[in-house]
Design a protein around this ligand. Structure first.
Ligand code: IVH
Length: 718
């Protein structure tokens, strides 16, 4: 739990702290669920260290500071070389002090460090004999671990046969990626089990479980390569002399997964400043990684420096973990609120006992949907693991079931819409008010009038509330038939404001189809999907005529999404008819309707297949989908915009930048991957620029980009 860790004032408090830490550590290393989150544990150990520094004669033998961490568990397979833990630093100053002490031990400044992510999983040793994976052993107490060879074959990245018939031990971390974790919890709960609280607990539990009725995949990342007693002496000698960075290259050559293929590959650095720069880069990339990291491991790269620095009984002196702030904390679930969104979706939200995660106080977290609450068996009063990374909305991961007291209460699901009392449509995972988008009309109209949709100046939320409360507007189309007299009848609405609003509504009628579609708020489609649909079909008539198969021709729409979009458009038909009657534009400038002859069903693109989506997105000039922009300077390119735009682009919002990219033939995206062709990095660009740099993706300043798309810049949005 994230109880504040007080300074230790006397010997009994010290003894209690050691006992708490040992228990938490044992739970951690055996895959049990620790009642303490990592951050609290780290602070507890720091408090213990502080007490011990002042009372060196009273240090208890089982203190977590004095022995191999996690020492509560005994295994049955001895390690040939102890599997050590790492000392931690938490700040640049702490790191600089560590490099200074390293230099003292080595006898000179260390001039080559290796810098790599600290993977948040479970340490294992994989023993290969003549290239065959024979044994998989957990770290255990560091001197002996548990044989978990039964898991061989379920760990991706840990091949059963190496590319060369060598006898070696690969050490590394077994973890679950976010996708693997979600899958594991689905499978586990489907088999009647309790969901795991977080990916690390899930991999620990899965790795040690025997004879389960199901298997779930995990992932291995190697971070060490060492000889075994049977290793050919010549090879053993060579391995012992390899710099760490080179041994990682060898590990990858042998076919074992390393961080080399990720957005945060291990790198080398010559100075402490360079290390700290890389630490900042990795920290900035953390939230977007598909696996958890809890810090950065910095190692003296050269074997000679490692030997000179030596090791203590608990940790090597040649390596250190630069810990990053925790992204997970345990707190209590106090209530569940049910909020109706602009499309009528009724979303549960967790009200939490406030908890500070990475500097922000978290009081609310998303709970996804009712089925998810049931699947995870959440109850009011539960201790829950809350995850918050970067700017992503915090989410409740799972209850910490063993902390239950029996006083927890069932979460009551609403029987009618909590906003308007209508019946609830529970047909899909996300429940919806039977009154649909009319339930929260103010939210739905404010969204439609927003800058990235119809951009109706003067129609802010307060004005929308007035219009709705006066009964003048009951849906989006009513906005376009408002009369001057009706507007003048409202409070604080003079002649000038009325005329301005009417003019703004007139302008809004001419917005492109993409923005009209977005304003309608079709579930499952946001700004970018609305643009893709509009560019693909060119006119609302073609959009409405599309069946599910035709809808799947749109980049990014797969077999699951297509039918729900088609159904929702059918539901919206009367509203769309009234918008047409009110004179609202229903065409997309520059786009041409699809050729009916080419609409011969999906081209084999599978739902969610990035490759296929990417390939479809690149079809442009002369393709069967002739409605895609023919060429253009960005044809076939996926472009990401980050940071503040300047110069000619200064006044363009993110949505307008994305529109510009698509007009110039490109595809806009919000995340940087290997498939990104260009990142436009403006002022203050952070993690996306760093990710582009580490992946070698081309970068452009706003001015360079403006020059590239100059021909398309001047085109009006409407
Ligand atoms: S090196 C002798 N490298 O962190 C060096 N460890 O807190 C010890 N870990 O037990 C290991 N990522 O489970 C190393 N890139 C990395 C790591 C890493 C995660 C874990 C490992 C270790 C623990 C120490």
């Amino acid at each position: 739990m994230t109880t504040p860790v007080a300074a230790i004032v006397d010997a009994p408090a010290y003894a209690q702290a050691v006992e708490d830490a040992v228990k938490a550590s044992a739970a951690y290393y055996t895959g049990g669920t620790s009642p303490m989150d990592d951050d609290t544990y780290d602070r507890l150990v720091r408090a213990i260290t502080a007490w011990e520094d002042g009372h060196p004669d009273q240090v208890l033998p089982d203190s977590p500071t004095g022995k191999v961490a996690g020492g509560a568990v005994e295994g049955d397979v001895p390690h040939t070389v102890a599997m050590l833990s790492l000392d931690n630093v938490f700040s640049p100053d702490g790191f600089t002090a560590w490099t200074a002490s390293l230099a003292r031990r080595v006898g000179h400044e260390v001039e080559r460090f290796s810098v790599e992510p600290k993977l948040d999983g479970l340490a294992v040793a994989a023993r290969y004999t003549r290239g065959r994976l024979e044994r998989l052993i957990t770290r255990g107490d560091g001197t002996a671990g548990e044989d978990v060879s039964h898991a061989i074959g379920t760990v991706e990245g840990l091949p059963e046969v190496l590319t060369e018939p060598v006898t070696v031990e690969v050490r590394g971390e077994v973890l679950m990626t976010t996708a693997q974790f979600e899958h594991a919890n689905e499978v586990r709960t489907a088999h009647g089990g309790q969901p795991f609280a977080n990916p690390r607990g899930a991999s620990a539990g899965t790795l040690r479980a025997r004879e389960r009725a199901y298997t779930v995949p995990m992932t291995f990342f190697g971070y060490g390569l060492l000889p075994l007693p049977d290793t050919d002496p010549e090879l053993a000698g060579r391995l012992r002399e390899l710099p760490h960075s080179a041994s990682m290259v060898r590990t990858a050559e042998l076919g074992v997964n390393t961080t080399a293929g990720t957005a945060v590959p291990g790198t080398t650095a010559g100075t402490a400043e360079q290390v700290l720069a890389r630490v900042r880069e990795i920290a900035a990339l953390r939230a977007a990684l598909p696996f958890g990291i809890d810090g950065i491991v910095v190692k003296a790269d050269l074997a000679a420096d490692q030997r000179a620095a030596g090791s203590g009984s608990r940790a090597p002196r040649w390596a250190v973990a630069y810990k990053l702030p925790a992204v997970e904390k345990i707190t209590r679930l106090l209530e569940v609120e049910w909020n109706v969104g602009r499309t009528g979706v009724i979303a549960p939200r967790a009200v939490l006992e406030p908890v500070v995660i990475d500097g922000a106080t978290i009081t609310y977290a998303t709970l996804h949907n009712p089925a998810d609450i049931t699947r995870r068996d959440l109850r009011l009063g539960d201790h829950v693991m809350v995850h918050r990374a970067g700017d992503v909305i915090p989410r409740v991961e799972a209850p910490v079931a063993h902390l239950r007291t029996g006083a927890e209460r069932r979460i009551v699901f609403p029987e009618v819409c909590p906003r308007c009392g209508s019946a609830i449509d529970t047909g899909e995972q996300r429940w919806r008010c039977g009154n649909g988008r009319n339930c929260h009309l103010v939210a739905s109209l404010s969204y439609a009038a927003g800058r990235d949709q119809l951009d109706v100046e003067g129609l802010g939320r307060t004005r929308v509330v007035q219009l709705v409360e006066a009964g003048l507007v009951t849906d989006l189309a009513d906005l376009f038939t408002l009369t001057r007299d009706q507007l003048l009848s409202l409070d604080r609405m003079g002649g000038t404001s009325t005329d301005n609003l009417l003019a703004a509504l007139g302008t809004a009628k001419g917005r492109p189809l993409s923005r009209v579609l977005c304003a309608l708020g079709v579930r499952g489609t946001g700004r970018s999907m609305s643009r893709r649909i509009a560019r693909h079909f060119a006119t609302m008539d073609h959009v409405r005529a599309a069946d599910s198969t035709a809808m799947q021709q749109v980049d990014g729409i797969g077999t699951e999404k297509a039918p729900s979009i088609v159904a929702e458009l059918a539901e919206l038909a009367p509203l769309i008819d009234r918008l047409v009657a009110a004179g609202v534009n229903m065409t997309e400038p520059g786009a041409t309707p699809p050729d009916p002859a080419a609409a011969d069903g999906p081209t084999g693109a599978s739902e969610g297949s990035q490759d296929m989506q990417g390939a479809k997105g690149t079809q442009s000039a002369g393709s069967a989908e002739g409605q895609e922009p023919a060429g253009g300077p960005l044809a076939g390119m996926t472009v990401v915009v980050t940071g503040a735009m300047t110069g000619a682009l200064e006044r363009l919002g993110r949505n307008e930048m994305n529109e510009l990219i698509e007009r110039a033939g490109g595809r806009s995206s919000s995340s940087v991957s290997k498939k990104t062709a260009l990142v436009v990095a403006g002022e203050g660009a952070g993690s996306k620029r760093a990710r582009a740099e580490s992946l070698g993706v081309r970068l452009a300043t706003p001015d360079e980009f403006a020059a590239l798309v100059a021909d398309h810049l001047g085109q009006p949005v409407s």
